[in-house]
Design a protein around this ligand. Sequence first.
Ligand SMILES: [Cu+2]
Length: 407
Amino acid sequence: MFELITYLWQYLVQSTGLFIAYIFAALFLYLVLRRLHSRKIIVALIIVFIGVSFYFYAPNGLPRAFEYPFFLKTYGPSDGPAIPFKNVWEFFKNFRRFERVADIARNPADIPLPIARKEPANVEINITAKEVVAEMAPGVTFNYWTFDGKVPGPFLRVREGDTVMLTLHNDPTSLHHHSIDLHAVTGPGGGAAATIVAPGESKTIIFKALNPGIFIYHCAHPNAANHMTHGMYGLILVEPKEGMEKVDREFYVAQGEFYSAGAIGREGLQLFDAQAMLDGKPQYIVFNGRTGALANNLNAKVGETIRIYVGNGGVNLISSFHVIGEIFDRVFREGDLVSSPAQSVQTTLVPAGGASAVELHLDYPGNYILVDHALSRLDRGAWGTLHVRGEEDPKIFKGEIESGHGH
Ligand SMILES: [Cu+2]
C-alpha cells in the first residue's frame, strides 16, 4: 500500500504543472470564445484544444509503463507486454496476501552440494513462480516476478543422464501466467510450452538431461522479455558423467537488467517502462537482483580455488565479466563443460540467455571487485566484492593499498 502511495505522489508531482497549464489554457479559451458568435468556429476551436491537450498529456502526463506506446507495431511471435485483465479480479481478491520481500537478492553461496552419485537418477524439482515487491536500492521499490521469491531463481543441480520431474507452481497471488524454459531441456519450448500456469495452477514436465553444461532457465510466457526482465531467470547445472573437479568454494552470480519508468535513483515504487526495454535502455543493471547484492557475502581465503557460475538473464545486454585484480585461471566459456576450459583469461563474455563458469586460485588477500567491464554499468549497480583473507605474499604483490577506491 505504501508503495502505491509513493507512486501516486510521483504521478501527481509529474502531472501537476501540466494540470495548472491546462486550467489556465481552458480559461483563456473560454474568454476568447465568449466574444465569438460563429458556432462553427467555436466547435472547431474546442476540438483543436482537446486535440492539443491530448497531444501533450499522452507523453508527459501518463506514466510510461506496462505496455508499448499506442500505435507502435512490433513483429514478435506474440504480443508486447500487456496487463492480463482476466487475472485482475483474482489478483485483487488475493491482494492482502501479496508479499513484500525484505531482500530480493539470492545469496551467492546458495548452491546445492556437488553431486556424489556415479549413476543417473530420477530427480524431483519444485519451483514456485511468485510476484513480489522488494527494494532494488534503499527506498527504490520494484515489482519483481521471481522463481521462489528471489532473484535469480534457485540454482538447480542435476547429473548428465538424470531424469528430471519438474513441477512449476504459480502462486495464487500472481497477476500473470508464467512458464519455464530450461536451456538444458531438449523438447518444445525447453519446457515452456508444457508449463504455462495460471495463478494458483501447477504443471509438471519430465525431461532427460542429455547434455552436460551450465544453462540458463527463464520464464518464457509472452511477452518473454518482459517476464525475464522482471527477474525470472536462474541457472541449471548439468554435471558431466565424470563429475566436476573439486574446488574450495562455489558461488552463484546472475546479471540482469531492469527497466523503470522513473530515472535511476528515484525513490518509491518504480513502474516498468516497456519502451525502454524495447530500446534496450535499462535504468538498473545488477548482479543477483538488486544494487549492492554482492557487496558483503563473497568471502574466501588465500590458497583456495573458487568457482563462480555466472549467468546473464539479459534481456538486451551482453556481460563482459571480469574480476578486478585477478585473472581467471580457467573459464568454461558459454557454460561448455565438454571442451577443455580456456586458461588465463582476463574478461569473459556472458551472452544474454547464456552462462559461464570461471575458476580463480586466490594468491593474495584483499578486496576484488566483480564487474561487467562495460564500466559505466557500475553506476547502474553491476558490481560485487570478493573479500579474500589471508597472508600477504610480497613476492606476488607489494604496495601501499589506499582505501576509498572500492578496493
Ligand atoms: Cu513469467
